[in-house]
Design a protein around this ligand. Sequence first.
Ligand SMILES: *Cc1c(COP(=O)(O)O)cnc(C)c1O
Length: 397
Amino acid sequence: MKTSDVQTLYSEYILPTYTQAPLCLVKGKGSRVWDLNDKEYIDLFSGWAVSGLGHCPSEVVNAVRNQVTKIIHIPNNFLNIKQARLAEVISKHSFPAKTFFCNSGAEATDGALKFARKYGSNCGKYEIITMKQSFHGRTFGGIGATGQEKVREGFSPTLEGFKYADMNNLESVKALISSKTAAIFLEPIQGEGGIHVATQEFMQGLRKLCDEHCILLICDEVQTGMGRTGKMFAYQHYGIEPDVMTLAKSLGNGLPIGAFVVNKKIKDVMTPGSHGSTYGGNPLAAAAALAVFKAIEGGKLLKKTEELGEYFEKKLKALQKKHSVIKEIRGLGLMRGLELEVPGADLVDSAREKGLLINCTQGNTLRIFPAMTISKTLLNKALRILDEVFAELSVKG
Ligand SMILES: *Cc1c(COP(=O)(O)O)cnc(C)c1O
């Protein structure tokens, strides 16, 4: 099969909800992937930050291989060892917590929203404050929570009860708080919105506001979780704890799994029958997620991510000095954004032609997510390609 044959099948049979590059990947190992012509690419996109440990890490491959021959599915009205142990590990690495498992980030959002509504239902609280430029998924709950008008276009009436504040502007949040506010829901670092990092004052201020007004603080860690920023969860950079956090993306390193995690001190909100998911916490996906935690546990990989992240930032800043088209560099750990003076799509295309996968969001922000396991050598090689791409742009431009 050729790439064009796959494209033909897509145009015949797949609903066109994505803009697709003419690239058909068939193999991955670590931070390298191959297309069906056996052309090799360095992957600094990691599938929207899903492949945190790189592609096909042996720990995850072995865990899945082991589990798949034993039992693939257990219904949630029976007990599942892998799910129970995974919930224990999540609690150990975050706060004393109870977890609900689902299959994606959007479902984790929906679950957290339902939790917040139920929490507030006794005292008439149902409003949820989220941030402008946020992203929380594509279900009706997700597009309601997402602070970008474009995701709701054509889908009215969407879920009610959301108010949108400005990221890093505590006053704008205060102005939206009322006796009906049940929760404040935000990404510690906005991913889709262009890699905007919450400031210390903002996160700590939100925690204080939530405590004063009996409001839940919910952190969306779908993109920032599982070590990407140099800590297991991004909220840990701020010396605060959320009441609820959502997880997905690299939780299963590619096996579909999501979760919302609730602080144990919030008791008796969910009861049997109040929420459910057929596949949620499925043994196969849970085995993968357990293997992901095992690979990150011990702290070596987190330390490496922090150090490599700082190195990467330094290198990107050097690139910025050289290429004036780079307006700003943002991010933490191995989650980085380069805001450009020009649209980024052409740069993504020319990088791909040269064997480097990156992403562009918000039209002008390159989004780069190296796997935590990437070698410095490969990262440097990727940086050289980026340098070339920018150099060619300035010749063209
Ligand atoms: C990707 C993402 C989601 C949605 O996850 P899906 O698995 O695509 O449903 C939610 N929140 C954030 C912050 C995300 O980056």
